[in-house]
Design a protein around this ligand. Structure first.
Ligand code: TNX
Length: 442
């Protein structure tokens, strides 16, 4: 359960008396959920917490200290806990498919920064990426391509369970998304009966958005949606199911509300909390629904009026597919350029009047993959920005400081190099050249 490298360092189990590293879970009234206290003494290190997650995060901190400082680390006490309960990233595996191995590597990256949610965008116009028994063509046909015309791919239910279990061991919850009623061309190409005109669409490998919709008037649509939601929720232990709901430009406003209202009942029937992009606040959403604010703050505010919680993902700050500057060789810039400072230097609860700490469940940084085709490119767009997003999710606003962050990023370079993570060497950060990798002899 705990990361391999720390068990190599300690080679001891929690509770073992003779260990110089003690891990203790008990009822500590002064430690909040997922929090921990780390005591570094001369001859002993102790981590205490109320839950496994807290111990895990204490270990991540200890590991970072050792990786940055070497085995001689300063003595002291660290008291730490997260600001928000939802700290995550999204990976679009539809526009370009990413293998189970790639997703696990991404999970590893996120877990080191104490993120606890990975949202998988499992379907879009360009590809359907998860097996649904009874609807095989979704994957055999709808999963057979991707942006640019590559061969795509999909996860079997066993693959998906494997990802869920791997993430769970690192205290990361998988949030599955099936985007609907728009962004559904891959499904509409696979089953003609899902189209209002009964005609199957062609597979799509371009990057336009907003041209597809499920047929809101047909009962088969809801049979389909229910099969999909039942199948996926059965293999998803986490509390959420994300229904997408963005950019349904060819669904009428009336149809959109009818559709989301019906899907809402299905999600509830299978015991999950519904999440969706901010447009879903137009529907009669239940209290506690999670509205993911990406574009329109007025949609998030409408959600709050309906007692929804807001997941903060404004494109201009959190979109990992936005270019760093005009010279970035990957990515898009419709929401502007997002350099390392603008990804980090903001407060989720101080962006829009009326979207306050108590309305916010957390922050998520999405990576859309229209232009991102492999792990190396993924890491280049994600790092170092996601480190800043992780800090915004974890630390109080009063602890956010650009000067301190900059110097901490420099010391993180060692860690990024150690794990062979490709990252953008922003000119804003005075990176150190040619640091030898730990363990590599010259
Ligand atoms: C908008 S963000 C989209 C995605 C695109 C992304 C590209 C959102 C809910 N919809 O379909 O991939 O922009 O940046």
């Amino acid at each position: 359960m705990l990361s391999a490298s720390i068990s190599e360092i300690t080679n001891l189990k929690a509770g073992q008396k003779s260990s110089p590293i003690k891990l203790t879970i008990s009822n500590y009234s002064d430690i909040p959920e997922e929090g921990y206290q780390l005591y570094i003494k001369k001859k002993e290190i102790e981590i205490i917490a109320n839950d496994n997650a807290g111990i895990f995060y204490g270990i991540q901190t200890l590991l970072q200290l050792i990786q940055q400082e070497g085995v001689k680390i300063p003595t002291g006490k660290i008291t730490d806990h997260p600001r928000f309960s939802y700290r995550g990233s999204m990976l679009d595996v539809s526009r370009h498919f990413f293998s189970v191995k790639d997703v696990k590597r991404y999970v590893d990256h996120l877990s080191r920064y104490k993120m606890n949610m990975l949202h998988l965008h499992l379907s879009d116009d360009q590809g359907w990426r998860i097996e649904i028994p009874g609807w095989e063509r979704l994957t055999t046909h709808g999963g057979s391509t991707e942006v640019g015309g590559g061969t795509g791919g999909f996860y079997t239910l066993d693959d998906y369970k494997d990802i869920v279990a791997y993430a769970n061991e690192r205290f990361i919850t998988i949030v599955p998304e099936i985007d609907m009623p728009g962004h559904t061309n891959a499904a509409l190409a696979s089953y003609h009966e899902l189209n209002c005109d009964g005609k199957a669409r062609e597979l799509y490998t371009g990057t336009e958005v907003g041209f597809s919709t499920l047929c809101v008037d047909k009962e088969i649509t809801y049979t389909f949606v229910e099969d999909v939601i039942r199948t996926i929720t059965e293999v998803t232990p986490g509390p959420y199911f994300h229904i997408g709901g963005d950019e349904s430009h060819v669904t009428s406003d009336e149809d959109y509300v009818v559709f989301v209202n019906r899907v809402k009942d299905i999600v509830r029937k299978y015991g999950k909390t519904m999440m969706g992009w901010d447009e879903i606040s137009h529907a009669d959403i239940d209290p506690g629904t999670i509205v993911q604010w990406w574009a329109r703050p007025e949609n998030a505010l409408r959600g709050i009026e309906k007692d929804a919680k807001v997941l903060v993902s404004p494109a201009s700050r959190t979109y990992l597919d936005m270019q760093y500057d005009s010279t970035t060789y990957l990515g898009l810039h419709w929401a502007g350029y997002v350099e390392v400072d603008s990804a980090y230097l903001w407060d989720p609860a101080d962006m829009v009047q009326g979207i306050n700490n108590e309305n916010i469940i957390g922050i998520e940084a999405p990576l859309w993959t229209e232009t991102v085709t492999n792990m190396e490119e993924l890491e280049y767009m994600v790092f170092p920005r996601v480190i800043g997003h992780a800090e915004l999710g974890w630390s109080d606003a009063s602890d956010i400081s650009w000067e301190s962050y900059k110097s901490r990023l420099i010391s993180h370079q060692k860690i990024l190099d150690h794990y062979d993570i490709n990252f953008y060497k922003s000119p804003m950060i005075p990176w150190q050249e040619g640091i030898p990798k730990p363990g590599v002899k010259r």
